[in-house]
Design a protein around this ligand. Structure first.
Ligand SMILES: *Cc1c(COP(=O)(O)O)cnc(C)c1O
Length: 225
């Protein structure tokens, strides 16, 4: 199946929902990204800073670049001038660094707080308690160059659909709770980023507003390391 036909079929599935498709192009060459671009795809996700920077430099300027992977603080400066949305903010230190680089670039950077919803200890993210502590404190007051636009989560890698659904549902519940309980200038909660190739249908049913899909669109990735 070609990139364009895969995109077409996912987009028709998402048509009746409010969910936006982020095409995850990590490890994939620019010609495949352009193939998606030609049929109208504008939002792309990458998980490595160097690769993101290299691709942004040469690809069309109206592409929205989403940083979806774990982000190291010392690398924020490379993406701060152009990144559209940082999905995986998992520490307060990282949020502060993003604020610092936003200030340098005179742009407010949109972020999602990553929540640890999976069973696996390897996945990054805040607990719901940690997020509430941050929102209840005055930490956000000084972070003038970040806008927290929502939450991001990754479900456990398992065939157990019930478990995946429960984990996604927990992210939706937290999102709604935060939305009703906290107000702050830096808090503009509209997005729940959840769902990848293997589980996006469940995520959409549980309220996802952004699915991050890679291999279903571009084919399996070959990692050489
Ligand atoms: C790679 C990746 C995806 C996409 O994974 P696929 O299974 O290829 O759809 C989504 N989210 C994150 C954070 C990723 O690193």
């Amino acid at each position: 199946m070609s990139v364009s036909s895969q995109l077409q079929s996912i987009n028709s599935e998402l048509k009746t929902t409010k969910t936006k498709l982020i095409a995850v192009s990590k490890t994939k060459p620019n010609d495949l990204i352009l193939e998606a671009y030609e049929v109208g795809q504008r939002a792309f996700g990458e998980n490595k800073v160097q690769e993101l920077v290299d691709k942004q430099a040469v690809l069309p300027k109206d592409i929205e670049w989403h940083m979806i992977g774990h982000l190291q603080r010392n690398k924020v400066k490379y993406i701060a001038p152009f990144v559209h949305l940082i999905h995986g903010v998992d520490t307060l230190k990282l949020l502060k660094e993003i604020n610092k680089e936003g200030r340098k670039n005179e742009r407010v950077i949109s972020c999602l707080l990553q929540v640890h919803i999976a069973d696996e200890s390897t996945k990054f993210g805040f607990s719901s308690t940690e997020i509430k502590e941050i929102l209840a404190s005055n930490t956000l007051d000084e972070l003038e160059y970040v806008s927290i636009v929502g939450l991001m989560g990754m479900a456990t890698h398992t065939d157990n659909e019930t478990q995946v659904r429960t984990e996604f549902a927990s992210l939706s519940v937290l999102f709604n709770e935060l939305k009703t309980s906290y107000t702050h200038l830096r808090l503009n909660l509209t997005e729940i980023s959840m769902g990848m190739s293997g589980d996006y249908k469940i995520a959409v049913e549980e309220g996802s507003t952004m699915v991050r899909i890679g291999s279903t669109i571009f084919g399996a990735r070959n990692y050489t390391k």
